[in-house]
Write a protein that binds this ligand. Structure first.
Ligand SMILES: *Cc1c(COP(=O)(O)O)cnc(C)c1O
Length: 492
């Protein structure tokens, strides 16, 4: 079973090669053509722990590795790093369920994948006999950067460079990144938005593929969800939520469960679509966007049009107009037609939009519902849920909750909670009615939220205030390549 480029199925790679490369040589993303050989043993699901589910999913999706290898890797990735043994607790809130994906070291869902990715990369290097350092290039809308820095910090044989949009991440997210320690890490602000950072990183991959300027010194890979090694560990928590519902007697095996997913780069929700193809009885996936509602428009009309205003919202990790992983779903629903996918991506690059073939659109609409919530609706949802249920949502989760309230049907609904509310203290405090908070800094706002709600502040966020800023680099788009070369030990 080989991975294929979404733009050309004859460009194949083993799972470990795909993890090491991050992106296919033609700019496509690595994907499996089908999942018949990766069916999850559903009859055993209810008896499996979170770590066992994770190891099983990873061994099925990355078949270079045995189940025993994955068990060791999962232990090393998660042991004593997460607040709870079950990694991703499922909490009932009213008549819905919230799947808490933010109990890891950096308080966002990215920790699930980025705790595992360094181990996957190190093991893939060994399998392929690679000696050079792996240089991880990452564009972040706020949360991937810190989770990746934390995951790769001082991992032997790796280096990491993170680009974040200058002024485009929350104060806490920025503080998390610029205080990062480690001898192999670099953090740099880019004058542009997340889409600029991501397209800049993709362009560096293309240039290195063509010119090979790092020859013999380092190989590039990615910690963004364009890397299948970043996506595969996320598939686990859809199974985990289903297992929890089974164990609590809320569903019987085979019942459909819906999932509402706050979506930006389309990675998390795609992991759900993969879980479904591996045999999870998922019903509908609700793709929830903020005011950058390009995906919601696309899922209704079949036209993906990025020629629109970019908004900075209260849910910055979803401020994205080019959702990379959608390409993988297009590949699946168009029957692995690489030429069709390459055509869409060419249209998007040259004209700023593409129109999906009608068959492919119907296939996507059968699987996904879509809606969006603006900032006012987001804040109102945080307040409403806290008042009704005493449960505090972060701004991203609130977007998904709001859309789920409008689009949910008869199936049990799991809302994915992608970050701790303490990562976005101004918006959350405002929702709690803390108008008098004007003039407080973010840390004072965290303490105020704690006074109001009694919820513990995650130590990783609480202690940031005392840490020195170590990274102050800022670059323009045209300087990203040179910056990366300099971090690879090149004097150019
Ligand atoms: C990254 C992120 C998202 C969006 O996830 P995608 O996989 O990019 O769709 C949503 N919420 C939070 C808090 C995030 O960090």
């Amino acid at each position: 079973m080989h991975y294929q480029s979404t733009r050309n199925p004859s460009l194949t790679a083993t799972a470990s090669q795909a993890v090491l490369r991050g992106i296919a040589p033609d700019g496509g993303l690595y994907m499996l053509p089908g999942f018949s050989e990766a069916q999850f043993p559903m009859e055993r699901l209810a008896a499996l722990s979170a770590c066992e589910i994770s190891a099983t999913v990873l061994a099925l999706l990355l078949p270079d590795f045995t189940q025993a290898e994955m068990t060791g890797l999962v232990q090393a990735a998660y042991r004593s790093k997460f607040e709870t043994e079950d990694l991703t607790p499922l909490v009932q809130v009213g008549d819905r369920y919230v799947l808490e994906l933010f109990r890891g070291p950096t308080s966002a869902f990215k920790d699930i994948a980025l705790s595992a990715l360094p181990h996957l990369i190190t093991a893939s290097k060994a399998k392929n006999g690679i000696q050079e350092d792996i240089l991880i290039l990452t564009a972040t809308s706020g949360d991937t950067g810190k989770a990746a820095l934390e995951g790769f910090c001082d991992v032997p044989g790796t280096r990491i460079v993170v680009f974040y949009p200058n002024g485009g991440v929350s104060a806490i997210q920025k503080s998390q990144m610029v205080t990062q320690k480690g001898k192999n890490v670099a953090v740099c602000a880019l004058n542009g938005n997340f889409d600029d950072a991501q397209s800049g990183v993709k362009a560096i991959f293309a240039r290195c593929e063509a010119e090979n300027p790092l020859r013999g010194r380092a190989r590039l890979s990615s910690a963004n969800s364009i890397n299948i090694g970043r996506l595969a560990p996320q598939v686990m928590y859809y199974f985990k939520a289903y297992a929890d519902l089974l164990r609590r007697g809320r569903i019987s095996m085979g019942d459909a469960v819906d999932f509402a997913v706050p979506t930006g780069n389309f990675g998390d929700i795609l992991a759900g679509c993969i879980a479904k193809r591996m045999g999870l009885p998922a019903g509908r996936f609700i793709c929830a966007s903020n005011a950058n509602n390009v995906l919601s428009d696309f899922l209704h009309t079949g036209v993906y049009d990025r020629r629109r205003t970019f908004y900075k919202t209260l849910s910055p990790s979803m401020d994205i107009l080019i959702s990379s992983n959608l390409e993988r779903l297009l590949y699946l629903v168009s029957g692995c037609d690489g030429e069709a996918v390459a055509g869409y991506m060419r249209d998007l690059a040259s004209q700023g939009y593409y129109r999906l073939a009608p068959d492919a659109l119907s296939a996507i609409q059968a699987e996904l519902l879509a809606g969006w919530a603006g900032d006012a609706a987001t804040v109102a949802a945080i307040r409403r849920v806290y008042e009704a249920h005493g449960y505090l949502l972060d701004t991203h989760t609130a977007v998904a909750w709001d859309v789920a309230e409008r689009l949910g049907g008869g199936n049990p609904m799991v809302v994915l909670a992608t970050a701790s509310p303490y990562k976005f203290p101004s918006a959350v405090l405002c929702a709690l009615g803390g108008e008098a908070a004007n003039g407080l800094d973010e840390f004072a706002r965290m303490r105020r939220i704690h006074e109001i709600t009694g919820l513990p502040i995650p130590p990783g966020l609480r202690d940031l205030e005392a840490l020195p800023a170590l990274h102050g680099d800022v670059v323009e788009r045209q300087d990203m390549f040179r910056y990366v070369l300099s971090k690879a030990g090149d004097a150019q």
